[in-house]
Write a protein that binds this ligand. Sequence first.
Ligand SMILES: [Mg+2]
Length: 231
Amino acid sequence: MSSRTAPAAVFLDLDGCLVDSTAAITTCLNHALTEVGLAPRAVEDLVRFIGPPLPEGIGTLLAEADADAGLVPTCVDAYRARYPVVSLEQTVVIPGIPAALERLGSAAPLAVVTSKPGPFARPILEGLGLIDRFVALHAPEVDLTAEPKAVTLRRALDDVADGQDPAATVMVGDRSHDMAAGRACGTATVGVTWGAGDRQELVGAGADRVVDAPQDLPGAVYDPRSGPLAR
Ligand SMILES: [Mg+2]
């Protein structure tokens, strides 16, 4: 990769992009449901809640069960009480990601931009040995308010790429809200299909490029043959 034309910064989503959190998140969602007397759901039916802010997902699950929306805080608390332990036991690095991060990191500063609150996200990155790959981790506080991902990404831009054109940076993620955040902030966007979102979702949300395997990610962010990805 040429440093002359490489991105000014690359922002990467966590769940479904760098790590597979399916087991940890679905286990804790079902724990939250059963804590308020609701039936657990099939794992396949919970995958769609991986990525978006937790209070939104819990709200949708309660509505689908015709349960009281006032139970959201109780469910979120139950989830968050269990998650710190379960996430360290059940979250795994997606194969091929460490090598992709090494190539990407040789070209540009990398930062994690996630909707998972920082006190939960950081121990996962530390436990999996990934934290040193990144110059920064940007995440919401632990709060009941669902911070839009564009707000988190804007903070990351100010921190990591302050004063540079957002179009010279790239947002990488597996869901529509990652692509939407990138577009809202003016970054280039790369969608990855090994997480919870499929190609149709990512293209529909405005992904500039979509990749199907981690080894293709560095080339999608910056291809020496076709030049830097730019909006
Ligand atoms: Mg994700």
